[in-house]
Ligand binder design. Structure first.
Ligand code: COA
Length: 261
């Protein structure tokens, strides 16, 4: 499938989705959000895809935020709808995808860009990346999950500070705070993501999907994460991957969970 605002590339079980609006610093307009929904659903359904890497085109920005030009004239109701639709179509969708999603943060990750990176399961940043939630400087608040996911990742106090100051942090601070998992030189960013993806995809896809559901459940208000873990753990025993994984261990060989290895 061809997209106007995305580039898609497949290699060895890794699908790299690149947001491709470099002249607008990959800002997320509605069309791009819709395309990302479709591309992520496609990756989820495609059995040959084991890990998704999400990045931005160019060397300057991952995503510089929601497209300010598109929403500047919105009413209260339109603003609410923009946020609700974004959560459903993209940000919750990424977080709940059935396979691991790695954000390759290749530059500015601001506002909706940081919110998108935070919706991914793992974040790897290049050394030039800058992260922030500048929304209060525009008279709004983060509306794509930022008030919740930032506090979960770095704690309430640091989240409040980032949101109140609307400033940007550099990668050393982001790494120290646990906002990103790894920092590498920019020319090694995709290689590092691919290396991580290659390690991950040696493991059972059904177990990885169950792990995503269980970990997420612990962060959903009203959901009992431990109970979800018990359910997911039990369900694993009924899968072909569990049979293969445990049999391989007893036969002293590497497990083969199919697909690209
Ligand atoms: N929405 C819409 N357009 C955006 C954008 C956004 N979030 N971020 C950048 N752009 C556009 C700029 O308007 C400009 O387009 P133009 O050439 O048609 O005017 C282009 O991308 C390049 O950006 P520019 O501001 O010229 O680059 P810079 O190097 O001077 O500054 C930033 C880079 C990231 C500091 C600056 O673009 C910025 O502050 N962007 C907005 C960040 C933000 O507030 N995001 C949260 C949105 S809720």
């Amino acid at each position: 499938m061809n997209y106007e605002n995305l580039l898609i590339a497949d290699a060895n079980g890794i699908r790299t989705i690149t947001i491709n609006r470099p002249d607008q610093l990959n800002a997320l307009n509605r069309a791009t959000i819709g395309e990302l929904h479709s591309a992520l659903s496609g990756a989820d359904k495609d059995r040959s895809v084991r890990v998704v890497v999400l990045t931005g085109s160019g060397t300057k920005a991952f995503v510089a935020g929601a497209d300010i030009k598109e929403f500047a004239h919105f009413s209260t109701e339109e603003g609410k709808q923009l946020s609700a639709e974004g959560h459903k179509q993209l940000f919750d969708h990424v977080e709940q995808l059935g396979k691991p999603v790695i954000a390759a943060v290749n530059g500015f990750a601001l506002g909706g860009g940081l919110e998108l990176a935070m919706s991914c399961h793992i974040r790897v940043a290049s050394d030039n990346a800058r992260m922030g939630l500048p929304e209060t400087g525009l008279g709004v608040i983060p509306g794509y999950g930022g008030t919740q996911r930032l506090a979960r990742l770095v704690g309430k106090g640091k989240a409040m500070e980032m949101i109140f100051t609307a400033g940007m942090i550099k990668v050393d601070e982001a790494l120290q705070w646990g906002l990103v998992n790894h920092v590498v030189p920019q020319d090694q960013l995709l290689a590092k993501c691919n290396e991580l993806a290659t390690v991950i995809m040696k493991n059972s896809p059904t177990a990885l999907a169950a792990a995503i559901r269980a970990v997420n459940a612990g962060f959903e208000p009203g959901t009992n994460g431990m109970q979800q873990e018990i359910e997911e753990f039990g369900k694993c025993f009924g899968t072909a991957d569990f049979k293969e994984g445990t049999t391989a261990f007893m036969e002293k060989r590497k497990a083969n969970f199919g697909g690209a290895q």
